[in-house]
Design a binder for this molecule. Sequence first.
Ligand code: UDX
Length: 429
Amino acid sequence: MTQSREPIGVIGTGYVGLVTAAGFAALGSEVFCVDVDEAKIAQLQRGEVPIYEPGLAELIASNGERLHFATTLDDAVAHSRLLFVSVGTPPTYSGDADLSAVHDVVDAMPRSGDHVLVMKSTVPCGTGRSIKRVLAEQGNGALAYVSCPEFLKEGSAIEDFMRPDRVVIGDDGDPAGDAVAALYEPLEAPVLRTDVASAEMIKLAANAFLATKISFINEIANVCEETGANVLDVAEGVGLDARIGPKFLQAGVGYGGSCFTKDVSALKLLAANSGYHFQLLGAVIEVNELQKRRVVAKLQRELGALAGKRIAVLGLAFKPNTDDMRGASSLVLAARLEAEGALVRAYDPVATDEARKIMPELDYATSALDVVTEADAVVLITEWPEFLSLSWQAVAEAMHGTLVIDGRNALDPEVVRAAGLTYQGIGRG
Ligand code: UDX
């Protein structure tokens, strides 16, 4: 199998790039990874994995002989014709996608009619067309272009790579798309072939729809709080409708992560740039921002003014099983609480180092029991498994106050209450 699999290049070794590289190496391809970050490449060459993603280090280690890491494109270009691009496209100060890293890669592409630029980075719809134009201007119009958006979720990225709901391949009707499709064949996933613009839009629309689902259920949760209904039952009842489905209906303190926050805003601005006002997405974003802040009002309602109050934050990462802090609801909460004069302590089993880079002044605890000690209130922001199995009796004994706000509806209210604590979820009646 190893002999017959096509070798590939992967440019950009972030979450998407490393998972793609390790995944295709596991399927038997030689994979030539490239990143401009010399320290990161040196780490990878030593066998160290710079990000926390369950199963990734093991997959990289077990396929080490097929994974090659370099800071230049030379080996990737020499040994592979499919060059996957998975560099970051963070938002600019205006909220549009910053495509400078993508353009650096485009400028470095070989002058070649044999190679294919396979875009995995999430880019605004229309990027493929403008890249093709740039390539033509550079005399490189024969280089083929394929859009192959990535749908993996952090925390379950390996599983998502191996068992995707679908693989989307957008091409210009040339054989380049077939070569990418052949690479994915062993996964036996549904493959959707489209033009480049549609593939780009599928990615943005999928993320925007998922974010809309979350903001929708969060608003339902807020109304549940006013009416005494329980959003967990409501979501279950709504999700049993096959047209709606049960996933992404968990109310909480808002969505975070690099993709939803970035892509929803990028799609809204993409529409605006072409003169269309995407009203719905404006509401999705606003609901999410307000949702992150509602916890502060809940704390104030129970504790009064927060100045001098000790608030323990359980979990900092934007979701469990990752150290990623991008767009994390904890960032907004910690900043808002500190602005109110609260004494904030936080604990995360994995993301503390990443959090420290963004919030160096925050007081970090070394364990869950450490963080709740003497706290007037505890707020659960990330539903790490270790928090779900905490001894709430021990928490109650360590705390000064009794208030527990479960920002992810992840705890059993009865268990928390049985320890003499006051439980508040999000929309749980
Ligand atoms: C998302 C998309 O799911 C994935 O397809 C895309 O490739 C990248 O963006 P990711 O950001 O890794 O993946 O995480 P995801 O599991 O989708 O969660 C995003 C955020 O939404 C998290 O903060 C999570 O806590 C929140 N969320 C998710 C909810 O608040 N409620 C839900 O029901 C689901």
